[in-house]
Design a protein around this ligand. Structure first.
Ligand code: 13P
Length: 325
């Protein structure tokens, strides 16, 4: 078994999942401000310390994705975040894309950037303790969207990112996120998600990416936020698994979903319902951001008297998701 395959399997097995704590400085700052916390480098560090020091986190969390800022910061005991996670038996991931930028020739669509200098950055991150990486491509559903241009540009970038990561020894989390924003139906989301995944695996194969050494991080197939449709938990589970069965080779060890703006409870229920739809050739797990840490951030609000209660809120979500598996 290659070490890429071994690490990919560690990330998705034993009923554990991945915690996405890699919000960019801008996104993290606005989330802190929303709960009344001043957006400073130190407060972003303290909040991430709250997450990683949550008791018994490693029982349900196999890996945590960090942003570059956190990756180089220290926990209060003097260990860097990657060192601290290694002590806990949690793998360190690093977000290596530099964000979604407007795509020329495709109004209202984006291309995720970050390939320049990536080979050298991967080497540095590996030296400092990273085991896996993440790159998020963003696909929007709308009037005649997504365009072929946007899909092809984004899956191309994802495949080149994945190849560079594997060359340097990092397991790439490959994240093509079809956004929930909009009034589209469940069926439209399924159609777009299927098309994007099909195009993604064509490109991963073209770029010779080792499929047993990646983790796929897709959206669940849901109706748009502004859609009048209210699909049942079973409908979402079926539509999601159908899209994955049609496109994802069995050699991929695991699929770890993003939560994408679903409520924490809905994301957990959907994940649980999918487990019953056997046979599934891959592990199905979570790589949630908001659906894991949202309640903790709301509880903490920058007040250290709420520290233990906030950690309890995170722990409850982590345990619920592990149980859903
Ligand atoms: P959400 O679960 O909040 O969508 O975040 C996951 C993630 O990593 C987005 O890139």
């Amino acid at each position: 078994m290659s070490s890429l395959n071994e690490n990919a399997r560690t990330l998705v097995s034993n009923r554990r999942g991945i915690l996405a704590a890699d919000e960019s400085i801008g996104t993290m700052s606005s989330r802190l401000e929303k709960v009344g916390v001043e957006a400073t480098e130190e407060n972003r560090r303290v909040y991430r310390e709250l997450i990683v020091t949550t008791p018994r986190l490693s029982e349900s969390i196999s890996g945590i994705i960090l942003a570059d800022e956190t990756f180089h910061q220290q926990v209060s005991n003097g260990r860097t975040f990657p060192e601290f996670l290694a002590d806990l038996g949690i793998l360190t991931g690093i977000k290596v894309d530099t964000g979604a930028k407007p795509l020329a020739g495709a109004p209202n669509e984006t291309i995720t950037e970050g390939l320049d200098g990536l080979r050298e950055r991967v080497t540095d991150y590996v030296r400092l303790g990273a085991t896996f990486a993440k790159w998020r491509a963003v696909i929007k559903i709308g009037d005649s969207l997504p365009s072929d241009r946007a899909v092809r540009a984004n899956v191309h970038a994802l495949a080149r990112y994945a190849g560079l990561c594997q060359e340097g020894g990092l397991v790439p989390i490959v994240e093509p996120e079809v956004l929930m924003d909009g009034a589209h139906s469940l069926a439209q989301c399924q159609k777009v998600t299927t098309a994007v995944l099909e195009s993604l695996f064509d490109e991963l194969n073209l770029m010779q990416v080792q499929l047993d050494g990646i983790v796929l991080k897709p959206n669940m197939v849901v109706a748009g936020t502004d859609s009048p449709e209210r699909p049942s938990v079973t409908d979402v589970a079926r539509a999601t698994v159908d899209a994955l069965r049609a496109t994802v080779p069995a050699s991929v060890p695991g699929i770890a979903f993003l939560s994408g703006g679903q409520s924490p409870e809905a994301a957990t229920k959907h994940l649980g319902a999918m487990q019953g739809l056997s046979p599934l050739p891959w592990e199905l797990t979570y790589s949630f951001g908001r659906a894991l840490v949202g309640p903790a951030l709301e509880t903490w609000r920058g007040d250290n008297d709420n520290w233990a209660a906030a950690q309890k809120a995170l722990s409850e979500r982590a345990v619920a998701n592990a149980a859903a598996r």
